[in-house]
Design a protein around this ligand. Structure first.
Ligand code: HEC
Ligand code: HEC
Ligand code: HEC
Length: 459
């Protein structure tokens, strides 16, 4: 009995231990698989494109010419915007950049040896711009839009570096980013990179005539112009950083490139730059687009909010041939079906009547009863992308807070839109925005009281 019992017990124990061991094996296996998977991710996340890691070809341009080229590219790329504190020395860093993951601070790019790029080589700079890594290989956060700047050519990167090196050194230590866990773990950027970052310069290659470029459709523009336009839009111009939707980890959705997006953490909507007729650039001529980029104003709408800043700080300096190239490339993009998403429920006739009353009292003076505005002083609201957008946030925000188109060489003293946040109750704002979204051929649907509250309470 005892023996059997012992045997039983022992066998039960063996079975137990057997199960335990199996479980331990399985558990271990899973752990190893997870570990291997994680290591693979980390490994992939550290990948670099080393094809041009060191500069080999001696440049033929003079230093002055290279610095001038770099100055131009830095303007078009709006490097200053993120790398200059409000009221601070240009490029000395410190600008707060709010994101859903916390606040980043653009670092010092001046030539100061201790706090800026003074000890960097041109190869270090290329590695940062092209591969998203610091001089010691540390992974850079994609809040620095290197996923886009990776398209910039080595030659242009060298020019940018030469320009930054020509800036007087400013001693200003970098401010630490304020990020929540786990985003404050820099090493984990590897996971993001493994999933979403592909270093390389398709557009740059295409511009040099290496590699196919099938996506660019012909039209009236010449191929060289389209390639140049694509290189600027997809690379240094980083239009996608605002105009392309992102997934929850903040990565650009490549399959929805330039299809319009609510900018995370900013409550501004950047409209589609594709050919959608109502919500995108379908009805804009290439001249309208180039004019907007260079002057902030066009016959179809004016630049507001983050777009006004992008124009003011950089795009207004884009040369005529480059502005035309960008416009031609954007006009070659097909519609992406955003119009279908932008059809809302029409507001009730009571709301439309209230809205019309407010519009006639407050808005016709500038935007006119026809909604056509007066070029170039007052933008049209009929067919305006900020008015017909699937998300009404821009229109609501303009009405609440007012705004200025950017001051540019083309329009040094643009007119402003007065804020109505004090004069109008939320209900009235909802009514007048509902009215402009559904008049003169606009049919974008009404906005609710809670839509207005959401914008009023946002930063
Ligand atoms: C949208 C904002 C934004 C724009 C535009 C931007 N940067 Fe940055 N940049 C950042 C942030 C944020 C960091 C810090 C990243 C980090 O800590 O990993 C950074 C880091 C860098 C670094 C690494 C500096 C260091 O000390 O490690 C370089 C070099 C750089 N940027 C150059 C540029 C250049 C050149 C341009 C224009 C072509 C540019 N940046 C445009 C936000 C921006
Ligand atoms: C920092 C974010 C940001 C960047 C970068 C940016 N845009 Fe915009 N853009 C916006 C926002 C927000 C709007 C909508 C507000 C408005 O009406 O201007 C907009 C509007 C526009 C409009 C329509 C203007 C109007 O009023 O109807 C065009 C055209 C445009 N952008 C082109 C571009 C191009 C081309 C680039 C790249 C060279 C670019 N944008 C880069 C944020 C951005
Ligand atoms: C004093 C003239 C003036 C009045 C009055 C005025 N606006 Fe404007 N509005 C402007 C100007 C100028 C702009 C361009 C501002 C900018 O680009 O930031 C503008 C821009 C806008 C825009 C965004 C257009 C774009 O292209 O980005 C909307 C929407 C708008 N106004 C709606 C209204 C409504 C609704 C009212 C009445 C409640 C109103 N405006 C009253 C001058 C005016």
């Amino acid at each position: 009995m005892i023996g059997r019992g012992e045997t039983k017990g022992a066998s039960a124990g063996r079975t137990g231990r057997g199960t335990g061991r199996r479980l331990a094996w399985i558990g271990g296996g899973v752990l190893i698989a997870v570990g291997v998977g994680f290591a693979a991710l980390m490994f992939m996340g550290h990948r670099e494109d080393e094809s041009q890691a060191t500069r080999t070809v001696a440049s033929t341009v003079t230093d002055a010419a290279r610095i001038e080229q770099g100055r131009y590219l830095a303007l078009v790329g709006n490097c200053m915007g993120c790398h200059t504190a409000v009221g601070g020395t240009p490029y000395a860093g410190g600008r707060a950049l709010p994101t859903p993951f916390g606040t980043f601070y653009g670092p010092n790019l001046t030539s100061d040896a201790d706090t800026g790029l003074g000890k960097w080589s041109a190869d270090d700079f290329w590695r940062a711009l092209h591969n998203g890594k610091g001089p010691d290989g540390q992974l850079l956060y994609p809040a620095f839009p290197y996923a886009t700047y990776t398209q910039v050519s080595r030659d242009d990167a060298d020019a940018l570096f030469a320009y930054l090196r020509s800036l007087a050194p400013v001693r200003q230590p970098n401010r630490d980013h304020e990020l929540a866990f786990p985003y404050n773990q820099r090493e984990l950027v590897a996971v993001w990179r493994a999933l979403y970052f592909r270093p390389g310069s398709d557009a740059a290659k295409a511009e040099r005539g290496e590699g196919g470029n099938k996506e660019v459709a012909g039209g009236a523009a010449t191929d060289a112009q389209l390639l140049r336009g694509r290189y600027l839009v997809d690379g240094i111009g980083h239009c996608a950083e605002c105009h392309t939707p992102r997934n929850r980890l903040g990565a650009l959705q490549r399959d929805a490139s330039l299809s319009g997006a609510l900018i995370p953490g900013q409550s501004w909507y950047a409209p589609p730059l594709s050919g959608d007729a109502v919500t995108g650039l379908g009805k804009w001529s290439a001249e309208d687009i180039a004019e907007l980029l260079q002057t902030g104003i066009s016959r179809r709408g004016s630049a507001a909010g983050p777009m006004a800043e992008a124009v003011h700080v950089g795009l207004q300096y884009v040369r005529d041939d480059d502005a035309k190239a960008m416009a031609a490339y954007l006009k070659s993009l097909a519609a992406q079906g955003v119009d279908a998403r932008a059809v809302g429920t029409a507001p009730s006739s009571t709301v439309m009547e209230t809205g019309r009353g407010i519009y006639e009292a407050q808005c016709t003076q500038c935007h006119k009863a026809s909604g056509e505005g007066v070029y170039p002083a007052w933008p049209p609201l009929a067919g305006n992308l900020s008015v017909t957008a699937p998300d009404a946030v821009n229109a609501i925000k303009l009405v609440l807070r007012g705004g200025f188109s950017p001051s540019t060489a083309g329009h040094p003293q643009p007119h402003g839109m007065p804020p109505f946040g004090q004069a109008l109750k939320d209900q009235d704002v909802a009514a007048v925005v509902s009215y402009i979204r559904n008049s003169w051929g606009n049919a974008a649907g009404g906005v609710s009281l809670s839509d207005v509250r959401r914008v009023r309470e946002a930063r």
